[in-house]
Design a protein around this ligand. Structure first.
Ligand SMILES: [Zn+2]
Length: 345
């Protein structure tokens, strides 16, 4: 098959199309003919490399994907050839204590397609059967490829980690990102009293409001802390969703009300943050980390997407041959929601 492979870390020119043997499904595995692949920030980290982290190169990138079951390995019971499916992006051992208790995202062998084994930027991907979920007929392959990683991440942050309650207020940074578009919708679904988002352009602000944000702050022109306090009242907000890190965490902690929770799933602007512990203990704040979510949560999110209660935001659909262009746009933040890649010219 003709697949994208990363042989060395670096710039956009490291996304090379090359001939790779068709993957063969082993015991308990399913081969999926990919009809759509979703692009995530993780793909750009895998391409550039992360200091101190070793990726198994050469590697086919791509964490999210949807398609049709093309072949099954020995012992597969739930999937059939010809079935429309979507992949759950997180891989785990399936037998350790964390996996057995439904917390497979905490498995010590946890991995992700396109990060720890070959991913979806290829005509075929092989996956363990438990990662291959039946795709409801009302969902397109493009929609299916757009939601798993970011909606799983946002669901776990808002529902499992922050334990957001109906009526609570939430601040979501960088509304145009995939995780943030998902967090805005999930906050609305759980009955948020007020959803405040930050973004950088009037166009993105209008889109964030259409998704369910009550108030949008232009972080380039406005003082985020002052504006959040003005909107939410002096007490501040109950929950903050932060994947920006160094540039935003100071503000995230300042705007939390007593008992507030900030959940971090990334640090795209840098990882080092100064924390005033007197603020944390006096106000009873929680600083929570979050990476991905459980396989069970993928099933929950899929049910909400199929029912139309969560609607993945597709910024654009591009041919896989334009993968470098897709990376460039994501890195330039020239995107609102997800870029989906489809096979073909
Ligand atoms: Zn495990």
């Amino acid at each position: 098959m003709r697949a994208v492979r990363i042989r060395e870390h670096g710039g956009l020119d490291r996304l090379v199309f090359e001939d790779v043997p068709d993957p063969v499904p082993g015991p308990g595995e399913v081969r999926v003919a990919v009809r759509a692949a979703g692009l995530n920030h993780l793909d750009t980290w895998v391409r550039r490399g992360v200091p101190g982290h070793t990726f198994p190169l050469p590697l086919v990138p791509g964490c999210d994907g949807a398609g049709v079951v093309d072949a099954i390995g020995p012992g597969v019971v739930a999937r059939k050839v010809g079935e429309r499916v979507v992949l759950a992006p997180g891989l785990s051992c399936g037998v350790c204590a964390a996996c057995a208790s439904g917390r497979d995202h905490l498995c010590r062998w946890y991995g992700i397609f396109g990060e720890t084994r070959d991913g979806t930027c290829a005509p075929f991907v092989v996956a363990p059967e438990r990662n291959v979920l039946a795709l409801p007929a009302n969902l397109s392959f493009e929609t299916a490829a757009a939601f798993p990683l970011v909606y799983l991440t946002a669901w776990h942050m808002v529902v499992a980690r922050a334990e957001m309650r109906p009526g609570e207020t939430i601040l979501v940074h960088a509304a145009g990102s995939g995780v943030s578009t998902a967090a805005i919708q999930i906050a609305r679904l759980v009955g948020a009293g007020r959803v405040i988002a930050t973004t950088s352009t009037p166009e993105k602000a209008a889109k964030a409001k259409a998704l369910g944000a009550d108030d949008v702050i232009d972080y380039g022109r406005e003082d985020v802390v002052a504006r959040v306090r003005e909107i939410a009242g002096k007490g501040g907000v109950d929950v903050v969703i932060d994947h920006v890190g160094a540039a935003t965490m100071g503000a995230s902690l300042k705007v939390l009300a007593k008992g507030g929770r900030v959940v971090s799933c990334g640090a795209t602007s840098g990882p080092k943050v100064e924390v005033h512990m007197n603020l944390v203990f006096f106000k009873g704040l929680s600083i929570l980390g979050s990476t991905m979510g459980s396989l069970g949560e993928v099933h929950e999110v899929l049910a909400h997407v199929a029912a139309g209660r969560l609607a993945p935001v597709v910024d654009s659909v591009l041919p896989l041959s334009k993968l470098a262009e897709a990376h460039r746009r994501l890195e330039a933040r020239d995107v609102f929601g997800k870029i989906v890649l489809v096979p073909g010219a």
